[in-house]
Write a protein that binds this ligand. Structure first.
Ligand code: FAD
Length: 389
């Protein structure tokens, strides 16, 4: 049995079919274009429409609301396959499904579901999460953006940063406080349409993700209709927290896809490169690096599959298991990128070989969706019995 055949272990026929479809799409319609998009700094807008048609942007949403009605593991498999081809396209899937659609599905009104959920699930609309602020991204509850009720509107003032896909977004999922003295209990979630008068989107100059369209958003007396409050006043942190494990699951699955892309690039390169009169792949220390990559990626994938199955079994809150999975998979992705660069020698830094780019793309996932230090804190508290979920 080849290592790739082992990945079929215990997948259902439907999950295997979804993986084949996602892989075929990613390798035919995304992979061949990524280098060109990178050079042009081009955002893959056409791919959003295609991913919507394939059901990838409404993975959990029932058919009634325009989605594909898939299980969690299938969603993870889609994230993995798309991330193998491209970070930006995989990020679109994560953001749209994990936080925004789940938030609307679990806390939205029927009117919000009709207005936003259906077009989002079909890929006719795009969503972003605008949560991080200049004063902090990890500690979301310390936010400074305010929302003041004025008649039948909330008036938003403040600033968000690092908002991915920002100018391509039709609706932002954001947080603001109605009363700072209430702490977390004052924080509310809003769906803010783009464009809205008073809102300014300014691209951030990043050293990576140049085509991911990452921006700052300024709210200057932005009037948001009362109907666009998601859930009730004060439920913002609860809404963000409710789908934390799903967000971390999707990021972990993406890390597995990215790490696999690093391994495959390293295998191809080492098999053809000749050094000291023999193939690079024949050196024992090279084999050792490849073997370690295989073991860590296999382990990360098994952790992702386990988390997907636990979520499908609906066994309750899975915060700590999600931390274990996300922490491990994100560190495996960074290490795989570092090793792939090493095995490419100087070519690891040449644009035509993607492995150099993979490194920063992997590192971002150690910072977002909870940084590695935060996850270690959660895992240690769980081990000590200070938390039980
Ligand atoms: C490419 C990219 C895309 C992004 N997309 C989005 C998006 O679409 N929407 C959005 O809202 N945000 C987005 N972000 C922001 C991202 O979520 C934040 O950068 C992240 O949450 C960390 O916040 P921060 O940068 O303010 O770092 P801080 O919160 O200031 O943390 C800095 C560092 O301090 C350490 N630290 C933090 N907390 C702890 C702790 N509890 N224990 C020990 N050490 C700790 C960690 O090393 C951490 O990396 C994106 C970021 C990047 C780079």
């Amino acid at each position: 049995m080849r290592p790739e055949e082992l990945r079929d272990f215990e997948l259902t026929d439907s999950q295997k079919m979804i993986r084949a479809m996602a892989r075929d799409f990613a390798r035919k319609e995304i992979t061949p274009n990524v280098q060109q998009w990178e050079k042009e700094g081009r955002y893959p807008r056409d791919i959003v429409t295609r991913m919507g048609e394939l059901g990838f942007l409404g993975a959990f949403i029932s058919e009634e609301y325009g989605g594909a009605g898939l299980d969690h593991l299938s969603y993870g498999i889609i994230c993995e396959e798309i991330a193998y081809a491209d970070w930006v396209c995989a990020s679109i899937i994560s953001v749209q499904n994990s936080l925004v659609e789940n938030g609307i599905l679990h806390f939205g009104t029927e009117e919000q579901k009709q207005r936003y959920l259906i077009p989002l699930a079909k890929g006719e609309m795009q969503a972003s999460s605008a949560l991080s602020e200049p004063s902090g991204g990890t500690d979301l509850a310390s936010l400074q953006t305010t929302a003041k009720l004025d008649g039948d509107h909330y008036v938003l003032n403040g600033q968000k940063t690092f908002c991915s896909h920002a100018s391509h977004t039709n609706v932002y999922f954001t947080l603001a406080t109605v009363d700072k003295s209430l702490g977390r209990k004052g924080i509310c979630a809003f769906l803010v349409e783009n464009p809205s008068p008073g809102m300014e989107v300014t691209p951030l100059n990043m050293s990576t993700m140049k085509r991911g369209n990452i921006a700052q958003i300024f709210f200057d007396d932005v009037r948001v209709p009362k109907e666009n409050l998601l859930g009730e006043e004060g439920q913002g942190m609860r809404i963000v927290g409710a789908d934390l494990a799903v967000g971390r699951f999707s990021v972990a699955a993406r890390c597995v896809g990215q790490a696999q892309a690093c391994l495959d690039a390293a295998l191809n390169y080492a098999a053809q490169r000749e050094i000291f009169g023999k193939k690079e792949s024949e050196f024992q220390m090279v084999k050792q690096m490849i073997a370690d990559m295989v073991v860590s990626i296999d382990t990360a994938r098994l952790l992702v599959y386990r988390l997907g199955r636990l979520m499908d079994a609906n066994v309750g809150r899975l915060t700590s298991i999600a931390s274990v999975t996300k922490l491990y998979a994100s560190e495996v992705a960074t290490k795989a990128a570092l090793d792939a660069i090493q095995l490419h020698g100087g070519y690891g830094f040449v644009e035509d070989y993607a492995v150099g780019r993979y490194l920063l793309e992997a590192k971002v996932l150690e910072v977002g969706e909870g940084n590695s230090q935060l996850h270690r804190e959660i895992i240690a508290d769980w081990a000590f019995g200070i938390r039980d979920y």
